[in-house]
Design a protein around this ligand. Structure first.
Ligand SMILES: NC(=O)c1ccc[n+]([C@@H]2O[C@H](COP(=O)([O-])OP(=O)(O)OC[C@H]3O[C@@H](n4cnc5c(N)ncnc54)[C@H](O)[C@@H]3O)[C@@H](O)[C@H]2O)c1
Length: 366
């Protein structure tokens, strides 16, 4: 199969879908790989390394989209890329289709096959962990007085207690956040609706300054913390919020919300996605950090994890085609988003109130 790796065009996004060592595996399996010149530079992978791995370097995105059938990317397809799409394309990337109607409309009009990489990870996306770790670091930075924070040091010294951070959601992202915060010496309150997540956190951090509790306890801690880090996976169809706007009045002066989950109008009502170029905005005196591509700040590590997690899926699609690969791997099938103008991703259909065909029905008809 002809596999294309374009350069990411989202601002401050330096990840690349596959590193040279991963490209080499595809070439060894008999596939042709086309990489856009300079696509790996910020991830510290140069064109010559891709060439040594057996890829062809092409000068721009138009050349890569024209040469390849399977396009592997990290972030969503953005408007400048829309004219490059063709019906024969298979797009494998983080699509976030429910939140991105224009992109989905374009895919359906073009008739291409799209797979949401973010839905295909059986053991959680490796980049989620990094988002939690780096997002927590941002929470600590934004607590510094020079950035408008509460001015409390993350370690407890001279009789002053350490920074106190409320982490909502103890899944992949939440665990990463907790690991960073506790490592730095902060005190953490971790809340989750799921008993399994609470038990795991309590076991892992039994010897550290961590309180684990049910999400209903959120209100008890709000006035006392320097930062809230939201890592909850919020169902797109829910219209209520864990932190509605009126709660912002109860935050300590200088306290910050770092919303790693970053669902507009989700668990944090006042969240709207931001970029690394302008990461923070203020609502009712409370700063919000809502960067939606946090792992893009550590592209060297994030690219390695992303490519590794997708490798088997890319090899399967390239060897058997999308239909057989999805029949053989229910986790890959979970990512099927649309094909031939048919919407297949239930989550996007429900959120945008659109007609859809279930993945199972669609696969059975092939
Ligand atoms: N900003 C970024 O760059 C970035 C990067 C990666 C992931 N994310 C987002 O982070 C979020 C979390 O991802 P994840 O992989 O950790 O998911 P996950 O499923 O592993 O964890 C989510 C946790 O939230 C808990 N939860 C669900 N509903 C809850 C509720 N009402 N109250 C309290 N807890 C609740 C679950 O029990 C679970 O433990 C997702 O929305 C994901 O898209 C953002």
């Amino acid at each position: 199969m002809r596999i294309g790796i374009p350069k990411e065009i989202k601002p401050q996004e330096g990840r690349i879908a596959l590193l040279p060592r991963q490209v080499e595996r595809l070439v060894q399996a008999g596939h042709r790989v086309f990489v856009e010149s300079g696509a790996g530079r910020i991830s510290r992978s140069e064109d010559r390394e891709y060439e040594q791995a057996g890829a062809a370097i092409l000068s721009g995105p138009a050349e890569v989209f024209a040469a390849a059938e399977l396009i592997v990317k990290v972030k969503e397809i953005l408007p400048p890329e829309y004219p490059l799409l063709r019906g024969e394309h298979i797009i494998l990337t983080n699509i976030h289709a429910a939140m991105n109607r224009e992109q989905l409309d374009t895919f359906l009009q073009v008739g291409l096959t799209a797979i949401s990489a973010e839905n295909t990870h059986r053991f959680g996306s490796p980049n989620c962990v990094l988002a939690g770790e780096v997002g927590a670091l941002e929470a600590v930075r934004l607590c510094l007085a020079c950035y408008g924070g509460t001015g409390r040091h993350f370690m407890g010294h001279f009789g002053e207690s350490a920074l106190k951070v409320l982490v909502l959601g103890l899944g992949n992202v939440g665990r990463g956040a907790v690991r960073t915060l506790l490592g730095l010496g902060a005190t953490v309150i971790g809340l989750d609706v799921f008993e399994g997540a609470r038990k795991a956190a309590a076991l892992d951090w039994h010897d550290r300054r961590m309180i684990v509790g049910e999400i209903d306890e959120l209100s008890n801690y709000l006035e006392d913390v320097d930062a809230v880090v939201n890592c909850v996976l919020w169902p797109k169809e829910r219209t209520d919020h864990l932190i509605p706007r009126e709660m912002l009045g109860r935050f300590k002066p200088g306290a910050v919300i770092v919303d790693i989950s970053c669902d507009q109008g989700g668990a944090v009502e006042t969240c709207r996605p931001t970029s690394w170029a302008e990461p923070v905005y203020e609502v009712d005196g409370v700063r919000h950090f809502c960067v939606d591509n946090i792992p893009g700040a550590v592209p060297v590590t994030a690219s390695a994890g992303y490519g590794e997690a997708l490798m088997d899926k890319i090899l399967a699609i390239a060897a058997k085609g999308v239909v057989q690969a999805c029949k053989d791997d229910p986790w890959l099938a979970r990512g099927l988003t649309c094909a031939g103008g048919t919407l297949l991703l239930e989550e996007a259909a429900r959120y945008q109130k659109r007609e859809f065909t279930t993945v199972q029905e669609w696969l059975e008809s092939r």
